[in-house]
Write a protein that binds this ligand. Structure first.
Ligand SMILES: Cc1cc2nc3c(=O)[nH]c(=O)nc-3n(C[C@H](O)[C@H](O)[C@H](O)COP(=O)(O)OP(=O)(O)OC[C@H]3O[C@@H](n4cnc5c(N)ncnc54)[C@H](O)[C@@H]3O)c2cc1C
Length: 382
């Protein structure tokens, strides 16, 4: 069978990409080893969506994704549980306050709605927050949250309605090439011809790169998360505490539209590998920190924990670009902890790349996300 494009991975990036390509009249096939959309890392995300990043490329892609996701229910009618609660970073250390205040001019120059608020406003936003040493923090009211599974299924339905094809429980085992150009993919069941192959394989993109002899700078990095029982809503913004703690960096949490508090933490040092077994260290570690920040959380009961993988890059920015050696192979990988919030914007960018219609802004994004970059810096809000 032949297609205009084969997409490897029906996840946060692959499914919206299929929808965009179908909207552009291209015949695409998405192949995933799992049984249905979003069963890789998409379903492990806790649902945070923000445009308030610190680097121009991520800001532009994040802003477009936010536009798509925040207006989705109005435009299409599918419930995706969009909640415009905003993001807040409460700050207790001068060094963090200086850092985040320093980012505001760049963020505002891109039209982002974000400002520094004092402790009193912070208390109104997050009632019960520990005021001891609180300096205030940043607040971006237009950011929010969605349900990852409802969202990917909405994209999936729209992609299928527009003609995209999906094959599940099928693993891509090789990339076919002819005279230095990709010509399709080999799976454990069949082979499919296409002049364009899109690597949207998340934490497994390194394996895809190796199929054509490319070493991509992406590695699976394990993160755990949890969800509580529902209680009466008392805050709605994503709260991000960037202070380091015992064996951990930042943690973040919010209360979803059902009243459940959803949270996760960044281990330090990172735990690389593909083990998704939940640990007994996660809950005591993250809960101790959350209850110190917001003591009224202490009576909440946790319903479920899980562990997933960030497709991590050395500097925290995605890898999006054409493979240099194998023409026609496009990497859309390395989404780190932000694939859900970047996916829809990345999908549109891929649509423009595949049809040769990139804009000047896209060139800025593609330079920042280049898989061939040096990885010398690290994004402040990675
Ligand atoms: C605990 C946790 C919390 C998170 N919270 C957030 C959040 O709040 N907001 C946010 O934006 N992001 C969050 N993330 C990150 C987000 O989940 C990822 O960045 C995102 O899902 C990656 O998208 P992807 O499309 O690259 O990968 P995936 O969604 O994993 O999709 C890749 C797909 O490729 C398939 N695949 C791989 N190799 C093959 C192959 N050889 N053949 C066939 N199929 C293949 C996989 O089965 C998978 O379905 C979180 C992640 C974790 C673990």
């Amino acid at each position: 069978m032949s297609y205009d494009a084969v997409i490897i991975g029906a996840g946060s990036v692959g499914v919206p990409t299929a929808m965009v390509l179908a909207e552009r009249g291209l015949k695409s096939l998405v192949i995933d080893k799992n049984a249905s959309p979003g069963q890789g890392e998409n379903k492990h995300a806790i649902g945070g969506v923000r445009a308030t990043h610190s680097d121009p490329g991520k800001i532009m892609v994040g802003r477009r994704s936010l536009e798509i996701l925040s207006t989705w229910e109005k435009r299409h009618g599918d419930p995706i549980e969009w909640l415009k609660g905003g993001y807040t970073f409460p700050l207790y250390r001068e060094v963090d306050a200086r850092l985040l205040k320093g980012l505001l001019p760049v963020q505002k120059s891109y039209g982002l709605n974000i400002d520094f608020i004092g402790p009193r406003q912070m208390r109104e936003l997050v009632p019960g927050i520990n005021l001891d040493g609180l300096l205030g923090g940043t607040f971006s009211p237009d950011d929010g949250s969605i349900s990852p599974l409802l969202t990917i299924n909405a994209f999936y339905r729209h992609a299928v309605e527009r003609g995209a094809r999906f094959r599940f429980q099928e693993r891509v085992t090789g990339i076919l090439t002819k005279d230095g150009r990709v010509s399709g993919v080999q799976t454990d069941r069949d082979r499919y011809e296409a002049p364009v192959v899109i690597d949207a394989a998340g934490p497994y993109s390194k394996d895809i790169g190796r199929m054509v002899g490319t070493e991509l700078s992406v590695a699976p990095d394990a993160h755990e998360a949890a969800i509580t029982e529902p209680v009466k809503p008392f805050f709605s913004c994503m709260v991000v505490d960037i202070r380091p703690g015992p064996d951990s960096k930042n943690y973040y949490f919010y209360q979803n539209r059902h009243g459940q508090v959803v949270f996760c933490i960044t281990p330090d040092p990172p735990i690389f590998g593909t083990d998704k077994g939940a640990t007994s260290t996660f809950l005591p570690q993250v809960c101790a920190r959350m209850v110190t920040l917001l003591p009224r959380l202490k009576n909440l009961r946790v319903r479920r924990t899980w562990r997933g993988l960030y497709p991590m890059t050395p500097d925290g920015a995605p890898l999006v670009g054409w493979n240099r050696e194998s023409k026609g192979l496009l990497h859309a990988a390395g989404m780190c902890g932000q694939g859900l919030m970047l996916g829809p914007g990345i999908a549109e960018l891929i649509g423009r790349m595949v049809t040769g219609q990139t804009t000047e802004d896209d060139q800025v994004v593609l330079e920042e996300f280049s898989p061939d970059r040096e990885f010398i810096g690290a994004e402040v809000l990675k």
